[in-house]
Design a binder for this molecule. Sequence first.
Ligand code: ADP
Ligand code: ZN
Ligand code: ZN
Length: 768
Amino acid sequence: MPGLLWNDTPIGYARLALERGVDRYPDGLTYGIPEGLDTLAVGDRVVAPLGRGNTPTSGYIIEMVEKETLDEAMADRIKLIHDRDPSGARLPRDVLELARWISSYYVCPIGVTLAGILPAAVKRGVGRVTRSWIDLNPDPTDQKTTSRQQASVMEYMRGLDPEQRPVELNELARQLGLGTTGPIKKLLEKGLLLQDRRTGIHANAPGSLSSRTVQVEPTSEQLVVINDVLEVLDKGFSQHLLFGVTGSGKTEVYMRLIESVINRGQCALVLVPEISLTPQTASRLSGRFPGTEVAMLHSGLTAAQRNHQWNLVCQGQCGIVLGARSAVFAPIPDGQLGLVIVDEEHDNSYKQDQAPRYNGRDVAIRRAQLADCPIVLGSATPSMESWFNSVARKRSTLHRLRHRAPGLTSPRVDIIDMTRQRRLMEDPQDQISAPLSEAIGQVLAEDAQVLLLQNRRGYASYIACPDRNCGWIDTCEHCDASLVCHSSTLGRSLKHLRCHHCQKQQLARKTCPNCNRTVVMLGSGTQRIEEEVRRRWPHLQEDAVQRLDSDTTRGNDRLHRILEEFGTGRIRILLGTQMIAKGLDYPGVRLVGVINADTALNVPDFRSSERTYALLAQVTGRCGRGLDQSTALIQTYKPDSRAIRLAAAGAFEEFAREELADRAAFELPPCRRMARIVAREADETNALTLAERIHGGLQSLVGRYPDMLLTPPMPCPIARIAGRYRFQVELTAPDAPSLSAMIAAARSMEIILPSENIVVDVDPVSLL
Ligand code: ADP
Ligand code: ZN
Ligand code: ZN
């Protein structure tokens, strides 16, 4: 192995990003290139010795370094790269640049950033198999076959058309009905047959929903958008926001643009929130271009499939790369990327909630800049960030689709005031009001389908003492949060409690520990709604009602099956969390019911109103996808709240105007840029001390940058998670460059060092 002796003289130098938490961001560590590795280039994955023990560690070459730029003392102490990494992986320059940008913008060591980019399956070479391809020897020695089986192999091979050869070894045995490959191997030994061994990655094709892939004529509205973007397709980087109401046919616009990119021999990168939740979009895209290789990168793949797909992309064989958040790092060769699309760009799942805490949408914009190609962000409910960028800052071109596609109708949306309805309801535990119940009954009588949204998992949100003076609520031992009650899969009457923050589970208490009264369950989750639905419509068969939330869909197959069955109409009522609000396009849905629109409004986060608007607009948009008139009913205790009122009216632009005015008045994103720094420690005093130290350090820097705001240390809204106390400091700046500059200064002065105890979240999405 070259380079083991690290006092050898290097033939060159390179900067490496090693996959350990060593923090030399964003520049990496300098190593020497040993003799024999002179073909190493930027992007190559290598193994190098790290630390005192010289532990062999994998990483990437991020930059070549001239000897002259090293100081002499340092050049003498430099270690040598061991070797290329056995995975043989290489990252394109664009992806490395992207990683460096993430490392500096989101304050994460370059090694950790890069470690998250290459899937583990690729690193380990999962599914890599060597296969033997068998052919006739055109120049055989004069040996004879010595068994009937051998003779039949030879006869079969000679009978094949030349283009049917070579045949893979096991496949040949199967075609001949041989139980073993023995006879073929004998023929190889004799030299009557030849074999060619090739290494490749073997994986089954990833499954997807079958889909109707009818070619449609774009409407005049769609054509305007298509042509506007096509016009700038070869003119370098440009940013577009496609604001199209639900059902306006945004996917059709994407497909026309992608078609044009493929025809130029380039590749389109398409990001969707979570493929498993939007299988329809995925299958439509892949079904539309049968002659084009479509790579899918998502969490539902087996390791071998993931490795296979990644390698297809690397080899530049794909016309479309489709995936969730991390697909933004797809190794599309430099120069091949012609268009980036981010569908449902408002979706929170684009933000990664562990280091590096990047937002896939924003990284996608950066990637398009590096590739010098256009990017289209699409949504019926654009994020305030994207809307602000387009309408106020004019950074992106706004395109509108105001009407639903032909064949769709606009649903009628009504608000149900639950304060009034509650008085008329007999059972305080019931959640379905009379008007909603009537509407469901009618749709069922007409043989159509119902979607019900309840954005809470489990059975009940709180277990509490019925005595108000006692006020006991069952909370998690390790978190400042109430335990959620789930009914067991073993039997509906069996209940257990689970903490949604640390996942700890325990058996439900029957009585209050303070006063011994029998506890009550408050707040309804999807399981309880399912129970009420089954009780109210007992004639519905077991499988005609289906619940869809992350508890029922561990595993993609299950989800696919539920959606297939909903497509066939066998499932009459599908009820679930926000999972059912995303992208479903089924013409049989004639009623959408929202059980409680207020769940998201009550969260202590400045985006609660924006989220409520988006959720309601998205879920009500799931009906009216056939020709029949359809209705959406929204139950709420706050019928006058802006988000609910305007979502029901479908008045996004009015909502955005008022919301942005509020954000400006309260100096909140997107009008300002925010970084949130959380200090967390097992000991409460230590956590506060750490937060105060960070705050003090930042305070001393704030004066150097104009118009910065810093909040004093405060407990986080959830003040303790998994046994650690949490205090936060929020920093806001007038723009991204000044925020970055100040954070970089704080980094180099070691005021904030990202570690287990300090979380730096730039452009945070969740403030809990
Ligand atoms: P969005 O993503 O904007 O909510 P979709 O792309 O799901 O909307 O489109 C909604 C439905 O309208 C789909 O079934 C799609 O096939 C259909 N559709 C889109 N464009 C057209 C068109 N020009 N003519 C007919 N049907 C269309
Ligand atoms: Zn907990
Ligand atoms: Zn009590």
